[in-house]
Design a protein around this ligand. Structure first.
Ligand code: HEC
Ligand code: HEC
Length: 252
């Protein structure tokens, strides 16, 4: 079904509306609001663009109707809170929000409001990221693209600036985050970056610059070797897993 997010003007009055607004605020100012849980300099909407409304940037429209579901990375049935906490622990390099907390409730309430009218289990156009045909990335070409197209906002050393968050280094997402995988990063960049000219890079350029971005050091994620316990890790996972099916985890 179409991706049709509600407008802020449709937020109801009263306690429900206050919870929706607070959930939205937590995603937009994650680090200021939840410093103990969000350690990186990223916020949730650094990747889930337009407050979680943008197609092909893993929008939150319909996300409430997609859970509980099976999660291959953990090999478990996942609630929406489990999935939220994966992004806190990996993408924000932080800690899990207590599931019974008011903060978690507000985030879930915001997701439910954005998902209004989407039936349980239904797919929404533009959900997730686009699945590109995998290509090998060339970091030398990627470095040139980065210098020409990304550094002016993300900083010459990818460290982040006042206008854009860090792409690597100790203030960025950690190695366990989906964005540290080549295919995921390339798919995000292909349709969303440069921020002011989305869609201007072709598939190969997106893989090149993504491979350059993920070739840099970033925080570790303790226990990452336990991911994909059923041996079905995708080939672009940036670290060996204990249950890896084959030793050739080629990074493309
Ligand atoms: C560094 C980028 C990044 C940041 C920051 C980030 N996420 Fe994510 N998030 C992702 C990616 C990548 C996916 C998986 C997209 C895919 O492959 O479909 C994802 C998926 C999700 C999903 C599941 C979406 C679905 O359709 O099933 C939820 C829920 C989520 N993130 C919540 C959050 C929350 C809450 C925060 C802030 C605490 C956050 N994310 C911060 C990158 C990020
Ligand atoms: C005009 C400024 C601008 C340019 C140019 C730009 N970005 Fe971004 N980028 C942003 C902003 C702003 C965000 C976060 C959006 C938000 O917080 O609302 C972002 C987010 C990201 C993210 C997810 C968050 C993170 O820090 O990891 C990645 C990855 C990314 N950009 C990669 C790139 C790449 C690669 C290029 C070059 C091809 C690029 N960007 C060019 C402004 C820019």
């Amino acid at each position: 079904m179409p991706l049709r997010p509600p407008n802020d003007s449709e937020i109801p009055a009263g306690a429900l509306g206050a919870s929706i607004r607070r959930g939205h605020a937590l995603l937009a100012a994650t680090r200021d609001s939840l410093p103990a849980f969000a350690v990186s300099r990223l916020r949730c909407v650094s990747c889930h663009l337009d407050d979680g409304r943008r197609a092909h940037a893993s929008p939150f429209v319909g996300v409430y109707a997609r859970y509980p579901t099976y999660n291959a990375r953990s090999g478990k049935a996942y609630t929406i809170e489990d999935r939220i906490n994966d992004c806190f622990r990996r993408s924000l390099n932080g800690r899990a929000l207590p599931v019974g907390s008011a903060d978690m409730r507000d985030v879930v309430v915001y997701f439910a409001w954005l998902s209004r009218g989407v039936p349980v289990g239904a797919a929404v156009e533009g959900q997730g990221l686009v699945k590109l045909t995998p290509l090998a990335g060339d970091t030398t070409r990627g470095r040139a693209i980065f210098g020409a197209q990304c550094a002016r906002c993300h900083g010459a050393d990818g460290e982040g600036t006042a206008v854009a968050p860090p792409l690597w280094g100790r203030h960025s997402f950690n190695i366990g985050a989906g964005m540290s995988r080549l295919r995921t990063a390339a798919a995000f960049i292909r349709f969303n970056m440069p921020f002011d000219r989305p869609g201007s890079l072709d598939d190969q350029q997106s893989f090149d610059v993504a491979s350059f971005v993920i070739s840099h050091p970033r925080p570790d994620f303790a226990g990452k070797e336990n991911d994909w316990p059923n041996g079905d890790a995708p080939p672009d996972v940036a670290y060996p897993t204990r249950h890896a099916a084959a030793p050739d985890t080629a990074r493309h």
